[in-house]
Design a protein around this ligand. Sequence first.
Ligand code: HEC
Length: 105
Amino acid sequence: MRKHILLVLGTVLFATPAFAHSGKAVYEQTCFSCHAKGVMNAPKLGDKEAWAPRIAEGKPTLMNHADYGFKSMPPHGGNDDLSEQDISAAIDYMVEQAGGYPDKK
Ligand code: HEC
């Protein structure tokens, strides 16, 4: 019985990508200030239509734009304390909220 519970728990933990938490945390700390409400036309969290053409550019392009800036999107979302992994996780988090990458259905 106990073993069963542990097994189920283990499955749940493994099914959740390891980056999910920190990506969400980074988003909530930095990215939400523009991406929650669509400030300056930032693609909103969970807005599939706004994200679809951006997701189609591919992760390397999104990463590049988030790292170095893109139009009104400031480099690192304006937070220089964020590492490459933080940025990457935050992008993955926002992409997942908008339906995810096409190859990960
Ligand atoms: C000061 C406001 C602001 C903050 C903070 C911000 N963004 Fe953005 N972001 C924007 C805007 C505006 C755009 C849309 C740029 C455009 O296409 O005109 C954008 C677009 C993007 C895109 C899509 C780029 C593309 O190629 O279409 C990604 C990815 C992104 N942001 C990631 C992030 C991440 C990750 C963070 C947090 C670390 C963040 N942003 C924080 C304003 C912001």
